[in-house]
Design a protein around this ligand. Sequence first.
Ligand code: ZN
Length: 449
Amino acid sequence: MTVFENVRILSFNPPSVSAPTDVSADGGLITAIGPGLSSLNPQAERVAGEGRFLSPGLVCSHTHLYSALARGLLVTIQPSKDFAQQLRNLWWRLDRAIDLPILEASALAGCADAALAGVTGLVDHHAGPEAIEGSLSVIRKAYEQVGLRGLLCYETTDRNGIEGARAGVAENVRFAKEIAADRAAGKAVLTEACIGAHAPFTIGDATLGLLADAVKSTGRGLHIHVAEDKYDAVDSRHRFSLDPLVRLDRAGLLDGRTIIGHGLWLSESEVELLSERDGFLAHNARSNMNNGVGYNTLLTKHRNVVLGTDGMGADMLEEFKFAVFRHRESGGPWWPGDFLVCLDRGNRLLERYAALGPASGNAEPRVFGRVEEGAAADLVLWDYDEPTPLSGDNVAGHIAFGLSSRSAGSVMVAGRFVVRDRKALFDQTRIAAKAREQAARMWKRMEER
Ligand SMILES: [Zn+2]
């Protein structure tokens, strides 16, 4: 058992700051909140919380760990005139260069970065067409080595032929079965499975059918990019005479576990459809800026917006700031508090996948993102000496204009510290060294592709 002593609980939704109190965690769950918990539990590990804030861990709801080794990329890349060329000239060369050792190093480096930024949950969308089989288990091991929670999937696509598409679907289904079997055997799992696909413009109807079967047979939801660039929406109307989300919906692929990445070019009726199906829209403001694909002007019309980095690290407080300021620039009506609701909503995603576990038996958490008894002990202890008063009314303002990941002092996932007093409890030096070595290999392999 761990007892955080004299912490002020910082909640995101609804935002609040408590008076100093104690919080105990045991067996992966928060077990009690109230003063004097350490005297009641003299054997517990004590964590001094005086002057610190204890919050739920942060969730990144859309990322690509395979791009962790693209930082500072030194590879000859042809200039691109548009997004489709960007994919061809850069990203599809990068993902083809990935083999399993590169993937392992990349996933570990990305997970390590996330943990140090106070991120306890990562939703990954993986592509690596030359090393598909077993790839999700490699990523799972990286999550477990660092100690993170999350949702994994493989980006099924037709761009490497129907055999490539079949292999993508098969990897998603294999991994979902692996997780289901572990849960059935009573093992607590940190990672769950989605059914992944790249984007409608690289998915023909045959593959769409395979994805629908996979969603149905596993009970998992689809995780896919849709209308990141206008091209995806135009292609769907041109080739299939359907709006892209209508096409997915007709295949039975929109439900409460669906994650739609980007959606910048969805029409108003598609936004309504996704909201009716209670699916999630993963907004990645910084990535959209970087790719020059436009801004999601219908963002505020969505029911379930969550925030992701789209592979640009996993610093969710930084991403939050980008989301807020890009929205302000667009003249949109949302305030920082609205984006704090979106940041917190990543936990609803985790909850919907946690509900796939056995109804009783092991003590797997069902509630995320709350500091309350019975919720997951996914926590961040912030070393934040607030320079202005901090209360429930201005939590979002503190994050937009000040609080950053450098204040993420200690990070706990499932009741286990992964970062303690700014020091990684995983082998950060080895992970970084391995990442540099594999990055050099990957860049060389990209030159050959
Ligand atoms: Zn993405």
